[in-house]
Write a protein that binds this ligand. Structure first.
Ligand code: F6P
Length: 326
């Protein structure tokens, strides 16, 4: 960002992470250091901006300590959204409205912190600005636990979530060893169609832990029968079997494994199906088909997103009500 005498606006969008507020703090501090007059925060991303919901961040971040606390506070301080902008040619009204609001606020730089869907928003706004001669600069700030943003080596948010998955997998493996009874535990891990986070379950392996017995990534077609054969085989040889499976594994016809259940059928604005129930489906199948096998499904779900190993100070949660915009 060049030096500016104008105003800046920043928003957060998509799933939260343990460090998305650190990116917010970075944008805020840089904009301030480079002379921005006002730095606004959109509440609940572009969806909130459309309803003119924003705050003057300098009224909420008033000291260096506030910046430090914000950096260390997991989850999205400004609130988030999953809001898909239409194609420009389909609906220019919505863009006229957004640019009207931005012009009223005298915005020169617009920052949006998020993953692939948020970058879609930035691209559309930037295209509209070019088409209409607007001078506003649109910048995407990468974040996602999925680690699947093109052009990035790794995304902020992935590291903390990966560390959490590695640690918790080891704890589950330890837990499985306590009873003198056989069991199979299925861990379901986020990441949608990217296997980075599920792959991080392998971090559990070290000199005092043999790691998960199998890891299933979404990039590889999932064969339910083959899975059942492998589990039954391991079950014969071991007391405790622990399997890490991505929420995004699909069978040969393209359906997600979680779609084989009668579970939740929610699709978001970007057309993403809510992926939940894979571990439960597999654990129930094992329980039915492998006699005498104790099974457990653990869906890490949103637990892994804001998991942070750097924060445990009471004053941080007092200073920033996580999930409740200022
Ligand atoms: O995009 C990040 C992510 O955490 C994915 O791994 C996951 O599939 C998705 O968000 C879940 O989103 P939501 O909490 O909106 O259901």
């Amino acid at each position: 960002m060049a030096t500016t005498k104008g105003n800046v606006i920043v928003g957060q969008s998509g799933g939260p992470t343990a460090v998305i507020n650190s990116s917010l703090a970075g944008v805020y501090k840089t904009a301030k250091d480079r002379g921005a007059k006002k730095i606004y925060g959109m509440l609940h991303g572009i969806q909130g901006l459309l309803e003119e919901r924003y705050v003057d961040l300098s009224k909420h971040i008033t000291s260096d300590l506030d910046i430090e606390l914000l950096k260390r506070t997991p989850s999205s301080y400004l609130g988030s959204c999953r809001y898909k902008l239409p194609e420009i040619k389909e609906n220019t009204e919505i863009y006229d409205k957004i640019f009207g609001i931005l012009d009223k606020l005298e915005i020169e730089y617009f920052f949006y912190i998020g993953g692939n869907d948020s970058m879609d928003t930035i691209k559309k706004l930037s295209d509209y600005a070019i088409l209409n001669g607007s001078k506003i600069r649109f910048m995407g700030v990468p974040k996602t636990i999925d680690n699947d943003l093109a052009g990035t080596d790794h995304t902020p948010g992935f590291g903390s979530a990966a560390k959490y998955i590695g640690s918790i997998t080891k704890e589950v493996i330890r837990d499985g060893l306590v009873y003198d009874q056989q069991s199979v535990t299925i861990l379901e891990i986020m990441g949608r169609n990217a296997g980075w986070l599920t792959g991080a379950a392998a971090l559990a392996k070290c000199e005092d832990c043999e790691g998960p017995d199998m890891i299933f990534l979404p990039e590889i077609t999932f064969d339910v029968d083959e899975f059942m054969r492998k589990v039954a085989d391991l079950h014969k040889k071991k007391k405790s079997v622990v399997v890490a499976v991505s929420e995004g594994v699909r069978v040969a016809d393209g359906r997600y494994v979680c779609e084989l259940t009668d579970g939740i059928d929610y699709v978001d604005a970007f057309g993403h199906r809510q992926l939940t129930g894979t571990a439960r489906y597999l654990a129930e199948k094992i329980s039915r088909e492998v006699p005498g096998c104790k099974t457990r499904a653990i869906e890490f779900n949103s637990l892994q997103r804001c998991a942070s190993h750097i924060v445990s100070r009471v004053d941080i949660t007092e200073a920033y009500q996580v999930g409740a915009p200022p």
